[in-house]
Design a protein around this ligand. Structure first.
Ligand SMILES: [Fe+2]
Ligand SMILES: [Fe+2]
Length: 253
């Protein structure tokens, strides 16, 4: 069995004191890590983007320092609030890994980059996401290999709808992405973030999972930017030896 913890949308700021939408990302991530410490047999953590709130260098260092209390491998991928250049700048200062693909216990993980630059302001990113050809062909190349039993794909932008106002910010070519995944029975789980809405959707034997965000949780039934209280947390996803998948969402007090 493999046990994965998903953390998403930390939105860490450049100092430990500041809040965002009335939430302190530092204290929440700290509590969350204390809670993860108590879970047995975790194989890895996948952080599905929006690690920093605005690509702040210090935010990545703060996040890494908090995670250094854990002694299993931790991987991150870029969200639209992250800056790839800054993530590269900190890469030799952090222990969190940026590998695009790796295998743990016969499960292959493929971490994708779905962030698009904003052509109106090239120093920032669009809210919407897209998997360009180079990323789609990388995914196919990795899926075509025969050295694993199950596969977990992770990306920042949602490939499934939440049926809320937040659906204007999804993965633009999500149907092309789903079509490719469905050609491979080994794909069991797709982890995503960005939506700030905890959701588990099963489509044709693939589990699409967006765990509770570390930071603010949107109200899917509310108006734009309305938030739900006390819905911060993380997800525990396990795949057993029969390739059955289980998913549990943990909320932090
Ligand atoms: Fe986010
Ligand atoms: Fe995002």
């Amino acid at each position: 069995m493999i046990k994965i913890v998903q953390i998403t949308d930390i939105h860490m700021l450049s100092n430990e004191e500041s809040d965002i939408y009335g939430i302190n990302p530092y204290s929440l991530l700290n509590k969350l890590i204390e809670s993860i410490k108590l879970i047995e047999d975790v194989d890895c953590i996948i952080i599905t983007g929006d690690i920093a709130n605005r690509g702040e260098y210090d935010a990545y260092i703060i996040v890494n320092n908090l995670f250094s209390k854990l002694n299993f491998p931790i991987y991150w991928l870029q969200g639209n609030h992250d800056l790839s250049e800054v993530m590269l700048q900190v890469s030799n200062k952090v222990t969190i890994l940026s590998d695009k693909s790796f295998i743990i216990k016969n499960t292959k993980f493929i971490l994708l980059q779905s962030v698009m630059r904003d052509e109106g302001d090239l120093s920032s990113n669009k809210a919407r996401g897209y998997l360009f050809d180079y990323e789609m062909s990388f995914l196919k190349r990795e899926l075509d290999e025969n050295n694993f039993e199950n596969c977990v794909v992770a990306l920042h932008h949602p490939p499934v709808l939440s049926n809320s106002w937040a659906d204007r910010r999804i993965l633009d070519n999500r149907l092309e992405f789903i079509d490719l995944l469905e050609q491979y029975q080994k794909v069991k789980v797709v982890l995503y973030g960005h939506q700030h809405i905890a959701q588990h959707t099963k489509i044709n034997d693939i589990n699409y999972i967006s765990s509770p965000p570390t930071s603010f949780h949107y109200d899917p039934n509310g108006e734009r930017f309305s938030l739900l209280k006390d819905k911060q947390g993380f997800g525990i996803i396990s795949i057993d030896k029969h390739s059955n998948t289980q998913c549990e969402f943990i909320y932090i007090e």
